[in-house]
Design a protein around this ligand. Sequence first.
Ligand code: PHE
Length: 513
Amino acid sequence: MAQSGTDAQRDTWTSNRGFILAAIGSAVGLGNIWRFPGVAYESGGGAFLIPYLIALITAGIPILFLDYGIGHRFRGSAPLALRRLHRRAEGIGWFQTMLLFIISIYYAAVIAWSMSFFYFSFGTKWGSDTQNFFLNDYLHAADPGISSELVAGVAWPLALVWVLIIIVLATGISGGVEKVNVIGIPLLVLGFGALVIRALTLPGATDGLNALFTPDWGALTDLDVWIAAYSQIFFSMSIAFGIMIAYASFQRRKANMTSSGLVVGFANSSFEILAGIGVFSALGFLAHQQGVAVDQLEGLTGPILSFVTFPAVISQMPGSALFGALFFGSLVIAGFTSLVSLVVGVSVALQEKFGLSQRTAAVSVGVVCAAFSFGLFATTTGLVALDTVDMFANNVGVVTSAIVMCVTVVWLARRGELLRLHLNTVSTFKLGRWWIPLVGVFAPVFLTVMLVQKLRELIVDGYEGYPDWYIGVFGWGTVVLAVVVAAGLALTGWKGRDDPAFVAWPPLEGAKR
Ligand code: PHE
């Protein structure tokens, strides 16, 4: 097993299947289960599938290919690969790495909650007032602020999550990361598939599906709906975060990159639609039990969907423990495989920069992430902090990262054509010339419109009515921190081996233009 960041000993996936499963493991996460169904429902229902699929084809898949091209050709995590692409591009990689760090520390907390709720499913321990249970009994949730009061019920499972993450990372890419995904993903498909089938057979399921899929064509003229579609695609596919760069860098030289990318992209979206069907069938059932229409239900996305609304559904069901275990078990597995990818992104970047061994990098990154994760998200103010940081990291952070990366690669470094030829040389699905204007013009222009609109909204309206100082510290502060630390790291000298004789592979002869 490779122990250091040097090229000759670089750890690799044992097979293309391992790579595909790990990439799917990163993509399929909490976003698929708790975000997609609610976003689709609120943004035009069935009609949302149109902007969603357009976003997938015009930005999701093309930028996924860009990530793959950078990682596979320049063989490194985001900072190293981008630095090899252009001396001055290293900072973009560190900005992405910082986003990963920030997301990982709250994402882990949600997995911890899911573990607790998995346990609570046996005997539906949340009682009849599920909102009170989640917010008060379980989280001891306080108003926006800074608290040092640890919540034991969150802290214990959170400790378990981080210990497991450190073990997986320390055993390496082929040893730990690949195995977790090769076992986890099929298990997730089986478990979640069973849940969806059960949900479809519940009374009221069709009402739920009608509520989700009935198209509101008017939504298509609403810019916000398009923005929702593009941001969903970005978060969900884990693109422009540097993870796909790192994962592609562990591919062998002979690797069918673009075809694998298509499999990953479509598998992820299929899982989202499957989750939409499962979640809304269950919501239809809840509405049926309560004698109300689906549109009168509340709490249809995010933490409230998973930890307040779903427990209410589960309590109403015959055989509730099994259904609850399937739902929270799916959240744990889907979340864990994504968390592995988030932390791998950070750990490999530091390993390469400072010439650390895989194990040292894994353990130190794991410990530091765990410390922040506890301090910020295992306390009574964790839920509000999570909501704020999540919103800024995704709507401001990753969109900025994507714009800057696309513009730098295509216009400043002028490497678009090289990456296209590289991908075409190794892959069976060939990228036409259309790929460059998509990643170089269309995606950055559309993403800029989206970013400006979002910034304007945040500046004018604030967020969720949280106090200004709070949004300043946890919202804008998160983005500023990421930029400052990224700049600092980019300016620090490269300590690890960045082989001056690095030869990007493979030669481009025979590339189809
Ligand atoms: N794609 C994951 C999800 O849908 C989350 C994630 C985002 C993972 C960014 C890695 C990087 O939940």
